[in-house]
Design a protein around this ligand. Structure first.
Ligand SMILES: [Fe+2]
Length: 340
């Protein structure tokens, strides 16, 4: 008990001390996933549990570096980040600890959490193929494999291979098809590029809309954001794009997660577990769907219309942990394939 108090006092040092009153129940959350309206989500948790939430926001790699640098003295209880690849990096860095929670196990499908409970998916996203609407019938894209076909020469836009979303995509293909096939696919897609890989997912979509390329790969919420943008020019760009959720006759569309993990040095373990469990509550799940257009991991939570507009689909059911395990190899294969 005494040790817990000392630890929590140590944990409250630095910037976080101003935000939290000593002694009151609290949880220190490091979110790399921050969106408009996040405050409402954290407030809902505090209202429900009486536990105050202190936040330290940053980019995924910055937060991980910070937590590693803080070591055992880190005040961080929970890391919230995007992409299974980033959660796996945190695990590989030795800074997370497993959480045995019947709530998390019951509510999150097995494919979207680490089998050893080191981290958990709290929402999921799919990597769709954006096709120029005026070419969609002619191009007839149905699969990621199509992007490797000779008929797509000079038509494909993509992000750089070092991007975690692409590393996870190829990591999944390594897991399903083996390294040789994964590399051959990457090389053939790279051979079809309309331009050198550049920009983020939104830039790929805008390049399809402008006609610079005919097809591109992007996470679904970037397209939904454009579709629901207040800017007329972004809405107009979205209207020129057909969303294809590929491989519906095969493995299903590649799915990835936003997720969370309890840090190994968490000073507020009980509160951290409650927070993790809150993230898969109906309240939080609806928030992820409405606030960031991500799919709830909890199947019973209704999807808003902006998401049902994408239609019914199946996802690849490979466990997302595979993306992390294959991350280093994926980068090697991309490099060999000439996808810079
Ligand atoms: Fe993203």
């Amino acid at each position: 008990m005494q040790q817990t108090i000392v630890k929590s006092l140590l944990g409250a040092c630095g910037a976080l001390v101003a935000a939290g009153s000593l002694g009151a129940a609290k949880v220190n959350v490091y979110p790399a996933r921050h969106y408009e309206g996040d405050a409402a989500l954290y407030d809902a948790f505090t209202k429900e549990t009486g536990i105050k939430v202190n936040r330290k926001e940053g980019k995924p790699e910055e937060l991980l570096q910070l937590i590693v640098a803080q070591g055992n003295a880190s005040p961080a209880d929970v890391l919230v980040t995007v992409d299974a690849g980033n959660l796996w990096r945190a695990e590989a860095a030795g800074v997370v600890q497993p959480v045995a929670s019947p709530i998390l196990s019951a509510r999150i499908p097995a494919q979207f959490r680490d089998p050893s409970n080191n981290w958990f998916g709290i929402a999921y996203r799919v990597r769709l193929i954006a096709v120029a609407l005026d070419q969609a019938d002619k191009l007839n894209v149905k699969s990621y494999d199509d992007l490797a076909a000779p008929r797509f020469k000079g038509m494909v836009c993509a992000r750089q291979s070092s991007n975690i979303y692409n590393l996870s995509l190829l990591g999944a293909r390594i897991g399903a098809d083996g390294a040789a096939k994964a590399q051959a696919w990457a090389a053939a897609v790279a051979g079809n590029f309309a331009r050198q890989p550049q920009g983020g997912d939104t830039d790929q979509l805008l390049a399809v809309a402008s006609g610079e390329c005919k097809v591109a790969i992007a996470n679904h919420y970037y397209l939904v954001r454009l579709q629901n943008s207040k800017k007329p020019e972004e809405q107009a760009a979205a209207a020129k794009i057909k969303a294809v959720l590929p491989d519906q006759d095969g493995r299903g569309v590649h799915a990835n997660i936003s997720g969370a993990a309890m840090l190994k040095s968490a000073p507020n373990k009980a509160e951290a577990q409650k927070f993790l469990e809150f993230l898969v509550s109906d309240t939080a799940q609806a928030y992820f769907a409405n606030g960031n257009y991500e799919f709830p991991v909890v199947a019973s939570v209704a999807r808003p219309q902006v998401l049902t507009n994408l239609g019914e689909f199946k996802t690849d059911t490979i466990n997302v942990r595979v993306y992390g395990e294959n991350q280093a190899e994926a980068q090697k294969l991309f490099d060999k394939a000439g996808w810079r």
